[in-house]
Every structure is written in C-alpha cells, then in structure tokens.
Design a protein around this ligand. Structure first.
Ligand code: HEM
Length: 435
C-alpha cells in the first residue's frame, strides 16, 4: 500500500496515525524501524529506548517516508525559533477519522485545536498572542497564587481522609479544570461539562479511531461551541474582571474579535492547559514516588517543589513531540529542506540529549541546568500558560507531600493510549503508605 509522505508526516506531527496508515506503520515497526516503533503500542509505556535508537542514527534522521526527525537539543531549539519553520494549518492536518463534515450544523462547531493561535503562523498568530499574553504575565501569576492554593487545598481536603485514592482522577484531573473555571468565573454547575469536553477532546488527540468516538467528539464540540458562544455573548453584555471578559474587550489591529475567533481562543485556554497539566501533576508525583531519595529531598525542603517540577518536565515532557513545516527553503541542522518539508521535533528526546544533560536518564532535583528543557517549546509558540502550569504543579506537589508524607504507589500505573500528550490514566495510591 502507498501512503503519501505528506500525509504520514502530518499525522506524526499531530501524534496521530489514522486507520488507513496504521497497517503500513505496523509493518515498518515490525521491520524494526525505530521511528515507527515510537508509534507502536509498546512505546506507550516507555518510549525512551526508541528515542535513543533514533538518536543513534544521527542528529537529523531522514525517514524513507519523507519527513526529518530530530532528537538533538540544539537543533530542536534553533528549529522552534526559526521563522522559516511554521505550524501547519489544521484543515490540512488529517488525524484518523475527520470529525467534521463540510456543511450543515457541524460547520459551525469550533475545534480549538483546529483554529486557535496554536495552529496559526504570523501575521495571524501575532495579534492573538499579543491580546492574550497580558493574562499570563509573571505579575498576573503572582496575583493568582492564593487562588490556585485555595483550589489545591480544596481538592486535597476531599482525599486526605481516604486510605486509598487515584492520584489522576481524584487530584490531578481536578486542579487545572477548577483553576481555569475560576479564572473564567464559571458557576459550579457548569464545571462537570467542562471536564467531560476536556476529556473527550484530550482522548482523541491521536486521532479519532471509531465512529463512536467521532459521535462523542461531535457532541462535545456542539455543546462546547454553544456554551462558549453564550458565555462570550454574556460577558460582552455584562463584563466582569474575569479572563473571558478581558478577552472579549480586547482588540486586534483596532478591531474586536469575532465570535468564532473568541470561542476558539477561550477554548484553547481550556484545552491546552487541561490534560498537559494533569499529566505534569500526576507524572511529577509518580516520578518522586519512584525515586524515594528524591522524594525525601522534597520532604526535607518543600521549597524544592519548583525544582521537582522543572526536572520532571525535562525528564518526561507531557508534550512529547512537535511538528513544523518549512514555510520556505531552510537549512536545519546542516540539512537543506525544501518548502513544504515536514520536521518532527521530539522534545522529550531533546530533553535527554547527553550533549546537554549529564546522565540524562537520571531524575535529579539538583540537576543544575534542568531549566534548559524544551517541554514548553521555544520561539513564538512558547507555551502561553507555562507560568500557570508551573504554579499549579508546584503547589500541588508541595501540598500533596506536606499533607501525606507517607504517600505510596498502590499498584501499576496505566498510561493513557495517547502518544503525543503523555500521561497516566490511573495511579492508585495509599495516602499513609504500606500498612
Ligand atoms: C505542564 C503543562 C503544559 C505543557 C507541558 C504545555 C506545553 C505546551 C507546548 C509544548 C506548547 C507549544 C506548541 C508548539 O510549539 O507547537 C504550548 C502552547 C500553548 N499552551 Fe501550553 N502547556 C501546558 C500548560 C498550559 C496551560 C496551563 C495553558 C493555559 C491555561 C496553556 C496554554 C497554551 C497556549 C494558549 C498555547 C499556544 C501558544 C501559541 O501558539 O502561541 N498551556 N503548550
């Protein structure tokens, strides 16, 4: 079977492999191809040995199917900052079964991952980014600290008395959604729906695999579009101090944003900060539980929580790889790429580049250069919510271990079947350790 290079490249960029290409990928994986093995089932639990096999082939690996892949830190950072490389507009980005139809009711649904700043190049990207940036300044984060702490306390209050709970469902999944709902000033009654939409869309980041999933995605997008459109209208009529009101009041090039663009913008703040932060909170806690001497460092000095967050982001990036397309001919890592060429930047592997990080596979809170990781990307798409993600994860770790110093894993953790946004689906824990 032949599949186009372009198409496979796009799917890999999205971390997705569609039904039609899956058999080709499987055949290549069985032939031992390390690039394709990254997409295989076994790499879900631990993709790092596969990343090392790719690294062993060189800093820029050209795959027979067309795209280039890099695991090199210096090349990755330079590529993410290179204006000749851009993101690929989403409508050309297949990922499994497409959720949308060309006309009718669905044409009005907004998928924030298809039409927000994340998938726009300059000049469209620039105005939207400028509009949203003031909401996430270091000063704004400082002002939010008390509120985030209140959310973390509220969530931990609910589990503290329990001998056993699930770190993902009962703790990590609740914090980012509660925080963003507070920032949007949403009533409690609307929050359950937010969690549901976030989960449905996060679970299909690798592409939609079944018709049942497509139904769920469409239902979530229909409800979310309706809800966010009404929210935007309401805040236009009756503005407050919340994030949505501030975005509604903002302008790009002297014009207010239209409803659809606002819905995509509010939606991306919900989606981009949801599963990624869930995975950072649960993943960092698990890394500490699996490395008792490192956990002890945090117990002895809770101020190390911020160091633990940075080292975790380096050690196991929640967003494992990013894709870029050459907007014009460009040289990357000494290799000339024509316009339209695809580049896959495996940031999780760049974060373990031995040329930059000594003993890169070791989880070490005292690593001096851990902040050099690329977990939040680099260049113009550098994560807008990085400060908020850091704040939430740091406060979650600090309070979790202060309240439950004997916290212990109570069995196997299960990774969610999504490759690009990596994280556990369930982490059973004992709050007072083994009895
Ligand atoms: C640990 C948690 C998080 C991780 C690992 C993460 C990671 C990333 C990465 C890698 C990108 C860049 C994608 C690219 O270069 O193509 C990104 C972009 C973005 N993130 Fe995050 N993110 C996290 C949390 C958040 C939070 C909490 C928010 C907001 C509430 C957020 C909002 C955004 C937005 C709006 C963008 C698009 C920026 C742009 O295109 O200019 N993220 N994030």
């Amino acid at each position: 079977m032949r599949i186009s290079t372009e198409r496979l490249g796009s799917e890999i960029r999205a971390g997705a492999v569609s039904l039609t290409t899956r058999s080709v990928v499987r055949a290549l994986a069985m032939s031992g191809d390390p690039v394709m093995r990254v997409l295989g089932r076994r790499a879900l639990e631990d993709p790092y040995p596969e990343y090392e096999r790719i690294r062993a082939r060189g800093a820029m690996v050209r795959h027979p199917l067309g795209m280039h892949i890099t695991t090199d830190h210096a090349i990755s950072r330079a590529a993410l900052r290179d204006p000749k490389l851009g993101v690929k507009p989403a409508p050309e980005r297949p990922g499994g079964i497409p959720w949308q139809v060309v006309s009718g009711e669905e044409a009005r649904y907004v998928h924030p991952l298809d039409e927000s700043m994340l998938v726009l190049n300059p000049p469209e990207h620039t105005g939207l980014r400028r509009l949203a940036s003031p909401l996430f300044t270091p000063r704004a984060m400082q002002d939010m600290t008390r509120d985030v702490e209140t959310v973390v306390d509220r969530v931990l209050d609910r589990v503290e008395g329990r001998a056993r709970f699930d770190l993902v469902a009962d703790v990590a999944r609740r914090i980012p959604i509660e925080v963003i709902c507070d920032l949007f000033a949403l009533p409690d009654a609307d929050r359950t729906a937010f969690v549901r939409w976030g989960q449905v869309l996060a679970n299909t980041l690798d592409g939609i695999r079944t018709l049942g999933e497509r139904r769920e995605v469409r239902r979530a997008l229909a409800e979310m579009t309706r809800f966010l459109s009404a929210l935007v209208d309401e805040r236009r009529r009756d503005p407050g101090e919340d994030m949505v009101s501030r975005l509604v009041a903002g302008e790009v090039d002297g014009e207010p944003l239209d409803g659809r663009t606002l819905v995509a913008l509010v939606g991306i703040l919900l989606l981009a900060g949801f599963e990624t932060t869930v995975n950072a909170i649960s993943g960092a806690a698990v890394a500490l539980l699996r490395h008792p001497p490192q956990k002890q460092l945090l117990l002895d000095d809770p101020a190390l929580a911020g160091e633990a967050v940075e080292e975790f982001l380096r050690y196991d990036a929640p967003v494992q790889m990013l894709g870029r397309i050459a907007l014009e001919p460009v040289t990357v890592g000494g290799v000339s790429l024509p316009a339209g060429a695809m580049l896959v930047i495996v940031v999780a592997a760049a974060n373990r580049d031995p040329a930059v990080f000594e003993e890169p596979h070791r989880f070490d809170l005292h690593r001096p250069n851990k902040r050099d990781h690329l977990a939040f990307s680099a260049g113009i798409h550098y994560c807008l919510g990085a400060g908020l993600a850091r704040l939430e994860t740091e406060l979650a770790l600090r309070h979790l271990f202060a309240r439950m110093p004997r916290l212990a894993l109570a069995g196997e953790t299960r990774m969610r079947p999504v490759r690009n946004v990596r994280g556990a689906g369930a982490v059973p824990v004992l709050s007072r350790g083994e009895q």
